[in-house]
Write a protein that binds this ligand. Structure first.
Ligand SMILES: Cc1cc2nc3c(=O)[nH]c(=O)nc-3n(C[C@H](O)[C@H](O)[C@H](O)COP(=O)(O)O)c2cc1C
Length: 349
């Protein structure tokens, strides 16, 4: 058992978080993590406000443990979804990309705000804006890590800010948990590892592909959804890198998002302008390129299309070898971390 600032702040048993993953961290997987003593995070960025409310309520029926939501702040529906989460008094609001405008509202009902950062200087800013804890994402991560690896970024950020840190990017076992604690984090967040558990909705074909992958079998580029990000090496991912910027597909994708999210033309343009003004300087076409990436992700997740699909995945796939239940996995990670720390103690002379 571990008692860290992360377990204490969130009232959880183990310092292990299920990373928010659009489409994947649905009530079934989130409740499995919460009920096994970790911190489950429901991803709501793909949801309409109505779906967000339904998913939060469903989750409340499936667990009485603390849980959180994850919302990407740039993009359609972010404000509406955050409003729903606040109305539902979700205990932990985890955001990525963009500035949180809702910190006081969350604190007013006793909730916590957890910012996600991938660049050290953003840590100081997030704490100034009132974040209670931070997820620190290294280059190894699935999706949007930046240039610095976890090994460099975590101790750097730990020296810069006083809030609890949750290390993300490359963590999949107990040795990683022990290492993260040694680097100054208070726990770990895992995405790729939790994609490959029994309760995950990821298609079996892609679970198998993650298991077969070596640590070399991911690709990092901005062609997948317009931002630098890491995906599993598939035929389509390699083809996207060769093709470069997909203008026609991006325009089609943007129109699809508009239709799926039920956005009026004015609202769609408003969202696009907001993205233009976003702190990270996302250009207008990022939204459209996200849509292209989303369609290919859905091909992977739902249809298991290993030819035409793409899937965000991290380098740690190289170390994933099985499909355990969430409870088995978490028990194993805690025992391995304890054994690792005990072994390290024997090295002292
Ligand atoms: C399929 C997929 C979808 C993701 N979607 C989101 C998301 O919606 N919001 C977010 O902040 N991070 C998202 N991420 C990134 C994860 O939250 C996390 O940072 C990453 O998986 C950690 O690295 P790891 O895979 O090495 O554990 C996603 C990752 C994957 C694999």
């Amino acid at each position: 058992m571990f008692k860290t600032r992360m377990t204490q702040m969130f009232g959880i048993e183990h310092p292990i978080m299920l990373a928010g993953m659009n489409w994947i961290t649905e009530p079934k997987l989130v409740s499995a993590v919460c009920n096994a003593g970790g911190l489950g995070i429901l991803a709501i960025a793909r949801c309409t406000p109505k779906e967000t409310k339904e998913n939060i309520r469903q989750l409340k029926d499936m667990t009485d443990k603390p849980f959180g939501i994850n919302q990407i702040l740039v993009g359609p529906g972010a404000k509406e979804n955050i409003t729903v989460a606040i109305e539902e008094k979700v205990p932990i609001i985890n955001y990525s990309l963009g500035k949180p405008w809702f910190v006081n509202d969350v604190h007013a009902y006793g909730g916590k705000v957890v910012g996600t950062i991938a660049i050290a200087k953003h840590a100081t800013k997030a704490v100034q804006l009132g974040c209670d804890a931070l997820v620190v994402t290294g280059h190894e991560a699935a999706a949007h890590g930046a240039a610095a690896t976890s090994m460099v970024l975590i101790p750097l950020v730990a020296s810069m800010v006083k809030v609890p840190l949750i290390a993300a990017g490359g963590f999949y076992d107990g040795r990683g948990l022990a290492a993260a604690l040694a680097l100054g984090a208070d726990g770990i967040s895992m995405g790729s590892r939790f994609m490959v558990v029994k309760e995950s909705m990821v298609h079996e074909n892609f679970k198998r592909l993650c298991i077969q992958a070596t640590e070399q079998d991911t690709l990092y580029d901005n062609v997948f959804d317009g931002m630098d990000g890491r995906v599993l090496k598939t035929k389509e991912a390699e083809a996207m890198m060769k093709r470069g910027f997909p203008l026609i597909a991006a325009i089609k994708g943007a129109l699809l998002v508009k239709r799926l999210m039920n956005l009026s033309f004015l609202k769609f343009m408003g969202v696009s302008m907001e993205m233009l003004r976003a702190e990270e300087g996302h250009p207008l076409m990022v939204l459209a390129r996200q849509a292209v990436g989303n369609m290919k992700h859905l091909k992977a997740l739902n249809e298991g299309d290993v030819e035409g699909g793409i899937l965000f995945a991290g380098q740690c796939c190289g170390g994933i070898t099985d499909i355990p239940t969430t409870k088995e996995l978490m028990g194993r990670i805690i025992s391995e971390a304890e054994a690792t720390l005990a072994k390290l103690n024997t090295l002292k002379v």
